[in-house]
Design a protein around this ligand. Structure first.
Ligand SMILES: [Zn+2]
Ligand SMILES: [Zn+2]
Length: 375
C-alpha cells in the first residue's frame, strides 16, 4: 500500500485565542466577507465523481509541457526585479537584492497522497535543492496546490521568513518552522522588510487539507510593494478566490499595480464562488487598476474540467478585446518587472487548440494572437 504524505490535518495549536480579534474568525473557523449566496451552486457528489473519474481528455496535455530550465548560476547574475514563473502559483522574484517566492509547490501531485490526485504537467524549471537562499516565502492558503509540505521542509534552512495568513503559521510550526521565522497576518496587516511592504489582503475562498479542518486557517491575496525604488513597484498576487468587491477595495487602497499575478484556472460553473472564470479574472485586474496581467493557477495541475490550455486562450482573447496587456512567460522564462513582455503562446506546441477549442472565440483568435505584438 503506498504511503500517504505526512501532511494531513496537523492540529492547529498556537494562539487560536488571538484569532478571536479577527473579523474573519467566528466559532473556531474563518469566513469570507460575503457568505456564499444560497442560490450559488457548489460541488455535489455527482460533480465530484465526474471530476475524479470522467474528466474530459483535454484536461491534461498529451505530453510534458516545454519549460525553460533555470540554473542557480543564472539566478546568481539575475538583475533586480526579475520574476520567474516556476509553475501553478509558484513565482520567484528578486526584490531589493533578496529572493522571494510565492506558494512554493514542487510536489509531483497536488494531493495528500503520493499515488493519487492531480499530477504535474511539467518538471519545475529548477529543482528545490538548486534554489538560492530565500529572503522570504509568501503563502496564500493551505490547499495542497499552494502549500507543499515537502517543499516547506526543504526550504526551512534556506528561508529567512514565512509570511502567511492567520492559522497557516500554525501548520508551519507543526512542520518544524521555528516561531521566529513565521509571520501571520490578518487581512490588511502588513510587514515591512528591506524597504518592501507586504500586505495580506482579502480573498473569497476557503481552506483545509483534511476532512475535518475546513476553514480553520485563513486565506488571502497579497500586495507586494517596493516603494523605495525610484520607480515604485506595486504587484498583486491573487492567491485563490472567486470574484468579489474586495478587488475594487484593494485597488482603491493600493492601486494602480504594474503587474497582477491573477488566478486564471480551475474555474467551473459548479463553484463560481471560490474560483473566477477568465472574464472575472480580467475584471478583477481592472478593479485593481492593473496594467500587466500574468495569468497563474494554470498550466501545472489539472484541477477542473476545462481544457488545460483554456485559461491561456481565454485570457489572451479577453486581453485583446479589452486592451489589457497579458504576459504569458514560459515556465522558467525571465520577466523584467520594470518592463514586462507578452511572451509567446508556448502552450500551443502541445495541442491543436483550434481543433479542440471549447471557446469558439479562442479558435477564431488563434492566428491573430500568434502574431500579437510584444508589449
Ligand atoms: Zn485553494
Ligand atoms: Zn489553488
Amino acid at each position: 500500500m503506498p504511503k500517504a504524505a505526512p501532511t494531513a490535518s496537523s492540529p492547529l495549536s498556537a494562539a487560536n485565542a488571538a484569532y478571536e480579534d479577527s473579523p474573519q474568525y467566528a466559532g473556531g473557523r474563518f469566513r469570507n466577507t460575503h457568505p456564499r449566496p444560497a442560490n450559488s451552486p457548489k460541488p455535489n457528489t455527482k460533480t465530484l465523481l465526474k471530476f475524479f473519474f470522467n474528466k474530459p481528455p483535454n484536461s491534461e496535455p498529451a505530453s510534458p509541457l516545454p519549460i525553460q530550465p533555470l540554473s542557480r548560476a543564472e539566478l546568481e547574475v539575475a538583475p533586480e526585479h526579475s520574476l520567474y514563473r516556476l509553475g501553478h502559483s509558484t513565482m520567484l522574484m528578486k526584490l531589493r537584492g533578496g529572493w522571494w517566492m510565492t506558494d512554493p509547490v514542487f510536489a509531483e501531485r497536488a494531493s495528500p497522497f503520493s499515488f493519487a490526485g492531480p499530477k504535474r504537467f511539467h518538471a519545475p524549471p529548477i529543482a528545490l535543492k538548486d534554489l538560492p537562499p530565500l529572503r522570504g516565502v509568501i503563502l496564500s492558503h493551505d490547499h495542497y496546490d499552494h502549500l507543499d509540505h515537502a517543499a516547506i521542509r526543504a526550504l526551512i534552512p534556506r528561508t529567512g521568513m514565512f509570511l502567511c495568513p492567520l492559522g497557516v503559521g500554525d501548520r508551519l510550526a507543526a512542520w518544524g518552522v521555528s516561531a521566529e521565522k513565521i509571520i501571520q497576518h490578518d487581512w490588511w496587516q502588513a510587514s515591512e522588510v528591506d524597504g518592501l511592504r507586504l500586505t495580506a489582503t482579502p480573498a473569497q475562498h476557503f481552506s483545509g487539507r483534511g476532512l475535518r479542518d475546513g476553514n480553520r486557517t485563513l486565506w488571502s491575496s497579497w500586495v507586494i510593494e517596493d516603494l523605495q525604488n525610484t520607480q515604485a513597484l506595486r504587484m498583486f498576487f491573487s492567491g485563490d478566490g472567486g470574484y468579489f468587491d474586495g478587488f475594487a477595495e484593494i485597488g482603491r487602497r493600493f492601486g494602480p499595480f504594474q503587474l497582477t499575478l491573477m488566478e486564471t484556472g480551475a474555474y467551473d460553473e459548479h463553484w463560481p464562488y471560490v474560483h473566477m472564470h477568465p472574464a472575472q479574472s480580467l475584471q478583477a485586474h481592472k478593479d485593481l487598476g492593473g496594467h500587466w496581467l500574468l495569468p497563474i493557477h494554470n498550466g501545472t495541475f489539472n484541477l477542473a474540467m476545462h481544457a488545460w490550455w483554456d485559461p491561456f486562450e481565454q485570457i489572451l482573447n479577453l486581453g485583446q478585446q479589452h486592451g489589457i496587456a497579458i504576459a504569458t512567460p514560459m515556465m522558467g522564462e525571465r520577466l523584467d518587472l520594470d518592463a514586462p513582455h507578452a511572451g509567446t503562446p508556448w502552450w500551443r506546441a502541445c495541442t491543436d487548440v483550434a481543433a479542440h477549442s471549447t471557446t469558439p472565440s479562442a479558435a477564431g483568435e488563434a492566428t491573430r494572437l500568434d502574431s500579437r505584438p510584444q508589449r
